[in-house]
Every structure is written in structure tokens, then in C-alpha cells.
Design a protein around this ligand. Sequence first.
Ligand code: S3P
Length: 177
Amino acid sequence: MSGGASRPIVLVGMMGTGKSIVGEALSRRLEIPFVDLDEVIERRDGRSVQEIFAEEGESRFRQLESQSLGDILASTDSPFVLATGGGVVTISENRDLLIDSPSSVVLLEASIDELARRLAGDRSRPLLAGDVHTALQSLWTAREAQYREVSDVVVSTDGHTVDEVADLVIKATVKAA
Ligand code: S3P
């Protein structure tokens, strides 16, 4: 399928829900550019997400994240796929940007058990220090309403392959648009 997307698709959701890999699949299928918010932040800042957290803390990371999100959403009228970082919805300015943008905002969901399995042993995510299941559960409790506030569509990823999730996103966004 090509040329089917008339507006940007923004993927939100917890760490480990597959926002980046599903975003890449959508980009190939719809033949539109893929942008990964964490990668944009890292490229602009010259440091990894981990280094930014370690050297200047989460609040500095959130500032950089908000700047990049605003710039990306304002950058073009052409459709693209954007994979955001899991905490983008925690900042009210970001939620407003997402709600006000002409994008289809898609929440990718997975059970906490499944996310904990996928992320076991992950060393790249500063907010998963300690017990991964406990950390994910408390982040989800704090964020669930924020994810739902910004999302137009919710897609469950449990038990689905990346291609199946991409299909579900396309059905829920492009074909409905
Ligand atoms: C974060 C998620 C990460 C990254 C950073 C903070 C979060 O992105 O932005 O480690 O607060 O949930 P992914 O969701 O792509 O892992």
C-alpha cells in the first residue's frame, strides 16, 4: 500500500510496546518518512538518552524532548510516522501539542507482564532501574490517563507480530481517514 496516509501518524505508549519497530514497518508500508523522537534528541544534543539522564537528569531530557517534538510536528505538511518516547505524555505542553496537531495519535498497548518480559535485562532505559515489572507498573499507573487523553486510536500489541500491529494501525487510521 502506498500513498494511503493523508496525515502524520504519531505512536505513543509505554517503553517496549514497539513504537520504533512498528513505526519503521508503517513507514515502509505507507512509503512515508519515519522519525524517532529519541534519535532526533540524541542527534541534536550529541549525547545518548542515557547520558542526558545521567549528566543532567530527567527534567533536562524532558525539555529537549518537548523542543524536538514541537519542531517535528511543525516541520512539514506531508505525512510521516513519528515514534515518541514513552514519557512524552507526562508533560502537559506535549499533550497539548499532540491533541492540537492534525496527526492520528495511536496508543500502542501491551500488558505489563509482556512488557516486563520484553524489557528484562534492558540497560538502555534509565527509568527501568531496579525491578522492571514494578517500575513499568508504576509508570503505567501514573501515565495511563495521559496516554488516553492524547490518543485517537488504541491498538493492542499482545500476541501480534510487528506486521500485524502495523496492519491494525493502518486499518484504524489510514482507511478510516
Ligand atoms: C522513556 C522512554 C524512552 C526514552 C527515555 C524515557 C519513558 O523511550 O524516551 O528512556 O519515560 O518512558 P522508549 O519508549 O522508546 O523506550
